[in-house]
Design a protein around this ligand. Structure first.
Ligand SMILES: Cc1ncc(COP(=O)(O)O)c(C=O)c1O
Length: 348
């Protein structure tokens, strides 16, 4: 028996499914062995990503986690430190990979409600008073910043970080898992936004809806090194052009439409703010993520009840989270809001 119950899945943009054009591109993809440089779609997506990011070269990797890990490993030796915000995904959400695989020490600095790192604290770490200190190999920032609700760092924010780090000959990496949400929100291009950083990772999955993959872009020599380390991590691919083909469609067709997700998130936020017991400021919603608090005793029970009624979300350390994406229409938001309202009323 099929279950036709309506589900509006707002847990994450990682739940997106490939589009018709992606599935077609995948089924028709000409394939070859990546290791010999023979896979046309992998070559294509690496060239396209380099061009879009304004960097010399691009590398297809399996995930954002692997892209960020490579960003750390190409810049840090064992025992080096990398400076990151205290709520950075690479620190809280990537299984400590840089430490586990590279012996890198995470040095945390405060990040504000937008995810911008505290430059005075970075300065202190770059100018250690006590010698000897671990060498700083990298400063990493995140855009959009996940745990602050998909907030956006501007080009000027990024420039400030880059100038400070580069003055100390330390490279900067951006975890841009959702950087196209930032470029769309800022109405700018990727190459413009990341002009002053050394390396950037961005995801083809998540909001761009491809089923697989992320890109790491940077200078040719850095990417050449990253390619070797990727292999050592077991990330060497063979005929992964079947996946890269979907990624090419993602980059060509799925970036501009992110504006719809932002519109839907904003509408959702305005609606949620009117529900008694819900706290959020709709103006904090800059992209596709809506974080809020609910004044209710048994939050997991409420979440479960909401899911039974057809709306899925998540409760994280920061509070409740709904994320809009390609699988969510404006009509879904119009349907979900009264469901949320009615469900919450019983608990608040
Ligand atoms: C900000 C951020 N960076 C990196 C990642 C890691 O990406 P992946 O799940 O592809 O490893 C995520 C995953 O959601 C993320 O939100």
């Amino acid at each position: 028996m099929t279950n036709n119950k309506r589900i509006v899945d707002l847990r994450s943009d990682t739940v997106t499914l490939p589009t018709h054009n992606m599935r077609k591109a995948m089924s028709e993809a000409e394939l070859g062995d990546e290791a010999y440089g023979d896979d046309p779609n992998i070559n294509k997506i690496e060239e396209l990503s380099a061009e879009l990011s304004g960097k010399e070269a691009g590398l297809l990797v399996s995930s954002g986690t692997m892209g960020n890990l490579l960003g750390a490993l190409i810049n840090c030796q064992r025992g080096d430190q990398m400076i990151v915000g205290h709520r950075a995904h690479c620190y809280i959400g990537e299984m400590g990979g840089a430490s586990a695989h590279g012996g890198v020490i995470f040095r945390l600095v405060d990040s504000d409600e937008r995810g911008m790192i505290d430059l005075d604290q970075v300065f202190e770490l770059l100018n250690p008073k006590d010698e000897p200190q671990p060498k700083t190999g990298l400063v990493e920032i995140e855009n959009t910043h996940g745990s602050t609700g998909g907030r956006v760092l501007t080009k000027s924010d990024i420039l400030k970080v880059s100038q400070l780090a580069h003055d100390h000959e330390v490279p900067v990496h951006i975890d841009g898992a959702r950087i196209f949400n930032a470029t769309v929100a800022l109405d700018t291009s990727l190459s413009d936004l990341v002009e002053t950083v050394d390396t950037v990772t961005f995801c083809l999955s998540k909001g761009l809806a491809a089923p697989f993959g992320s890109m790491l872009c940077g200078k040719q020599e850095d990417i050449d090194r990253a390619r070797l380390i990727k292999k050592s991590l077991g990330g060497g691919l063979r005929q992964a052009g079947v996946m890269a083909a979907a990624g090419v469609v993602a980059l060509n067709e799925m970036v501009d439409r992110l504006v719809e997700d932002h519109h839907n998130a904003s509408k959702l936020a305005v609606g949620l703010a009117q529900i008694p017991g819900v706290t959020l400021n709709p103006e904090d919603v800059e992209t596709n993520q809506v974080y809020f608090n609910v004044n209710s005793g048994d939050q997991p029970k409420l979440l479960n009840e909401l899911e039974n009624n057809g709306v899925r979300g998540l409760i994280l350390d920061e509070g409740w989270r709904f994320v809009t994406h390609y699988g969510i229409t404006e009509e879904d938001i119009d349907w979900a809001l009264p469901v949320i309202n009615t469900t919450f009323k019983k608990f608040i």
